[in-house]
Design a protein. Structure first.
Ligand code: MF3
Ligand code: CO
Ligand code: CO
Length: 288
């Protein structure tokens, strides 16, 4: 679309288009011609939405903090779910996973060889030495905030500890790649390089995702390397998760018949940490 440079900018700043978004639009048009995908402007979130996601994120973080004292040897994963459900309700929020595409619980609990989407159960008792991922997504006033952490139960093996630590480093290295007008795929390139350098693999079957007013939306955020792919450019106002699943052995996964639980194909350990973030004018801000 041709715009008059002297018209007011479409963004509502009150400045002339030529003094406001014209330069950015020209840069994006050049990037599009080079083969990059330009994320639709209407899908970018504004300050009010970011505040909404942040408020949901306070609850998500509160739950994960609360669980640090609760995830212990001898409790069931159902007990974790009960605690999550109670905290969520007390804070006037909704657990996004409950009834999400038929998922029956208020969080995911994924232990040892479980990669993700483990279903809390009264029959799964947490044992000394387990590494447990709890994944929480909270909805507050229609806004979603998704985050997960690992909990080490008692004294875990040195190997398990190293996997958990490297998985957190992978999340942080992914976050460091987030800069506006650069490749979204820089995340996967850096994350997989770090995992491989430590002798680990990165799950390919599951990805990070756009989030905000819905749970899972564009863009898809892969955590493995695609160095030749131009793909999507990050833009200020994009909100998405980074949540690399790091495996001790093969990256390959097995999907269980319960319709949800994902395990490593070789039954070796898997670890994951997740944050929701927004791309800013200069980098990123974590919202969880
Ligand atoms: N919170 C998960 C994610 O990081 C999604 C869980 S969906 C469920 O995207 F249905 F398995 F709970
Ligand atoms: Co999650
Ligand atoms: Co997620």
């Amino acid at each position: 679309m041709k715009r008059d440079p002297n018209d007011p900018c479409y963004c509502g700043s009150g400045r002339k288009y030529k003094k406001c978004h014209k330069l950015i639009d020209e840069k994006l048009e050049a990037a599009r011609r080079e083969g990059f995908q330009i994320f639709p402007r209407q899908k970018l979130l504004h300050a009010k939405d970011i505040e909404g996601i942040k408020a949901a994120g306070v609850i998500t973080r509160g739950i994960l903090d609360m669980l640090a004292a609760e995830v212990k040897e001898g409790i069931s994963t159902q007990r974790i779910d009960d605690l999550v459900a109670a905290y969520t309700a007390e804070h006037g929020a909704i657990a996004a996973t409950l009834n999400y595409n038929g998922f029956p619980k208020s969080c995911c609990t994924s232990i040892n060889e479980v990669v993700c989407h483990g279903i809390p159960s009264k029959d799964r008792i947490i044992k000394h030495g387990d590494i447990v991922n709890v994944d929480i997504t909270t909805i507050l006033n229609g806004y979603y905030a998704d985050s997960s952490r690992m909990y080490c139960v008692g004294e875990v093996s040195a190997e398990a500890r190293r996997l958990v630590d490297v998985a957190l480093e992978c999340l942080n290295i992914g976050l460091e790649q987030v800069k506006p007008f650069t490749r979204l795929n820089n995340i996967g390139d850096a994350v997989e390089a770090h995992a491989n350098a430590n002798g680990y693999s990165i799950v390919r079957d599951l990805c990070g995702h756009g989030i905000g007013k819905t749970f899972h939306e564009d863009p898809e955020v892969v955590h493995y390397a695609q160095p030749k792919k131009k793909g999507v450019l990050m833009m200020p106002g994009m909100v998405f998760t980074i949540e690399p699943m790091v495996n001790q052995g093969t990256y390959k996964c097995k999907f269980l018949k319960d319709g949800w639980t994902v395990e490593t194909a070789d039954k070796k350990l898997s670890a994951q940490w997740e944050h929701t973030l927004v791309v800013t004018d200069t980098g990123y801000e974590i919202l969880t």
